[in-house]
Design a protein around this ligand. Sequence first.
Ligand SMILES: [Zn+2]
Ligand SMILES: [Zn+2]
Ligand SMILES: [Zn+2]
Length: 297
Amino acid sequence: METTPTAEVLAGACHCGRVRVTMPASSAGVVVCHCADCQKLHGNSFALFAAERSAVRWEGEEHIRWYRSSPANERGFCGHCGSRLAKRPVEGTRVMVSAGLFDSALPRTAMKNLWVEQKPAWVEAPRTGPMTPDEFVALALAEPIGTESAGYGYALRASSGNKNPPGVIALTWIAGKDAAERDRIRAHARQNVQDFLAEPGFISIVTGFVGLRGFTVTAWQDEASMKRALAKHHAAAMRELFAEDFVASVWTSVWTPSRINRLWVRCTSCGALEDVGDDHRRCGRCEAPLPERPAFW
Ligand SMILES: [Zn+2]
Ligand SMILES: [Zn+2]
Ligand SMILES: [Zn+2]
């Protein structure tokens, strides 16, 4: 079928033409995913344009079948001709549309190759372009690296701006049985962080994964605020652990400080290291304004 890309929109269609799609010509791409899922589902790699879902218009949507290809994602294909159309996260606002649906004369080259670790040997694909945080996480989880005694993974910090000293710290870890459970744990963790950020007594969380094991260090102004936040999505997630065959092992704990040491910030004018636990804003040695006081955690 004929499609005419204009400066503003890309127009594409499946092989039989029952499903048509337009998306902004500015959509990022071409990105090529070489992951094992894409190889199965596309017969090779998945060349895609990514855009906000709201910016992508489908026609013939009644012909699109959605298949849950992983706990976090679903893939769309034309129910008549089988053309692979798109991938989208179940929770999220983005969609990745197959580049093959669009006119083949698009003046584009591959910006990035993802999951090159899983590509077949007959495909040559250098990693190109900068990685997004999501790609970085996917990469860190795809190929565990480490030594006999140390494993490497990824970590992220989310903070509320609450500058009070922590009254309690929660330390937890949880291990999934496989990658699917790890994705499920991560989906719960994302929801938990949203609940935490809505609680004024929340200070910050540092969380991450090494292999199949996730960990959190969460700082709270007091135990009451922690309990309020944990009573939301976290409570539902804990019920799943005990009611279903979900996760290999888990440990949680709450700690109170035996000592909170001073908070030091270096003066950018004279180089003095200032104790800013009392939040004073001028250097005790040179009187210059000090950088903003960091949070305790
Ligand atoms: Zn079709
Ligand atoms: Zn893929
Ligand atoms: Zn100074």
